[in-house]
Ligand binder design. Structure first.
Ligand code: PHE
Length: 405
């Protein structure tokens, strides 16, 4: 194996089984791969194994996104390999760290395809990074499945790029409907991350959905991911007297915004999108985020999640998986299912087989690929509550079905 095991990923390193390799991609030490020839015709790297790539944020301010997804993918791989593999071949995973950066994402995918000759690519979580990586997969004709990127543009015009989650037009609808109908609030403020395609898109879609339902956006403010001082925006928001603040960003910023909002005397609930899904949200924000809401792909207290959660906890010292782990698990298993049905593992045959997927039973819901390579699935709204041990945990409030839109 040409891989480098990095012990810094803690438990991830420990679970790396013999058939699974873990490689890190460090742009500083790795020369950019030379422009590659066409990918291998069969997509099979050796006679007895199938190599799959994962690119994800293993480090940085979105580190739990990549780590959870990788754990979910590896759980699926250990199960399929224990059951004899895919068409008799063992599956081997190569993971590269994107560090939450789109430039790194593009490089990671190029390396997976040209250097490692992967059959298919799984990732990314963040939509801006999936846009970068997806362009590379499309260029080389290698199928990619994003477990969790929700921005509509991720799959648009790229017939090799798929996702196993809902899109942000539906997510925005779900948040708007919950705010208006369940919370009965009509005056909302928005504070979004102007650097992320995900955040911008969700803000646009929420504006449309909420105003169509009769709500009012009293103020719309922007930040840039990684900012440390949100006081100007929060004071401006407070002055407009909103009843709720929609914060469609990622968890590290969301947690810091919650802390600073409370300091600024803004006491109304905050509501986020799936980008808030990380145990770090509650760890960083503590009491400042308790009582707030976000929309997500699944909730840890949903009965349908319990079998998967049990398996995951057994592998990860009792840690409760977030939605990303389930989506990573589903993306990997859907890929294996498509591989079994494919005429061959060439990029085009595998692409056609993924595109034909109907009624696949995932742990996050039943997945059918529509003609735009997207899945239509329900969402959940969760509320952050303290559990018996004082840990801030998301609790299921309501589900929203695609048919409601
Ligand atoms: N949907 C987010 C995006 O597109 C990523 C995400 C999914 C984050 C699920 C957390 C949980 O950028």
């Amino acid at each position: 194996m040409s891989s480098v095991l990095r012990s810094g990923w803690g438990v991830l390193g420990l679970i790396a089984a013999s058939a699974i390799s873990m490689v890190t991609c460090d742009a500083k030490n790795t020369p950019a791969p030379a422009p590659a020839p066409a990918p291998a015709a069969t997509g099979e790297t050796s006679a007895d194994e199938i190599v799959v790539g994962h690119y994800g944020s293993m480090t940085g301010s979105e580190a739990t996104f990549g780590q959870s997804t990788d754990n979910g993918i590896r759980l699926a791989i250990s199960e399929i390999n224990a059951a004899g593999g895919v068409n008799g071949k063992q599956v081997r995973l190569i993971t590269y760290d994107t560090k939450g950066d789109s430039g790194e994402a593009g490089k990671a995918v190029t390396r997976l395809i040209t250097n490692d000759k992967v059959t298919a690519v799984l990732g990314e979580v963040a939509s801006s990074l999936s846009l970068a990586g997806g362009a590379v997969c499309q260029q080389y004709g290698v199928p990619m499945i994003s477990p969790s990127s929700t921005n509509p543009r991720v799959t648009q015009g790229k017939d090799f790029v798929f996702r196993v989650c809902f899109t942000d037009d539906f997510q925005a609808f779900g948040v708007a409907k919950f705010t208006k109908e369940n919370l009965k609030l009509t005056k909302a403020a928005i504070l979004y991350d102007q650097k992320q395609a995900y955040s911008k898109g969700l803000r646009d879609d929420f504006k449309k959905a909420f105003t169509t339902m009769g709500g009012t956006i009293v103020i719309d403010q922007a930040y840039s991911g990684g900012d440390t001082d949100y006081s100007a925006q929060l004071n401006a928001i407070k002055a407009k007297g909103p009843e709720i603040v929609f914060v469609p960003g990622y968890y590290t910023d969301g947690a810091n915004i919650a802390i600073q909002a409370r300091k600024a005397g803004l006491t109304v609930p905050l509501i986020g999108g799936d980008g808030w899904d990380s145990e770090q949200l509650g760890k960083i924000a503590g009491d400042a985020i308790v009582g707030c809401y976000f929309s997500n792909h699944s909730a840890p207290d949903q009965p349908s999640m319990q079998t998967f959660i049990g398996k995951y906890k057994a592998e990860h010292s009792n840690q409760i998986p977030d939605a990303l782990a389930g989506l990573g698990y589903d993306a990997a298993n859907l890929l294996f299912d498509a591989m079994k049905r494919a005429k061959s593992l060439s990029g085009k045959d595998l692409r056609d087989s993924i595109a034909a997927t109907q009624g696949f039973k995932g742990v996050t819901g039943t997945i059918s690929m529509d003609k735009n390579r997207n899945a239509k699935k329900a969402l959940v709204i969760v509320q952050l509550k303290k559990d018996a041990a004082g840990v801030v945990t998301p609790a299921f409030v309501v589900g929203v079905e695609p048919s409601e839109k």
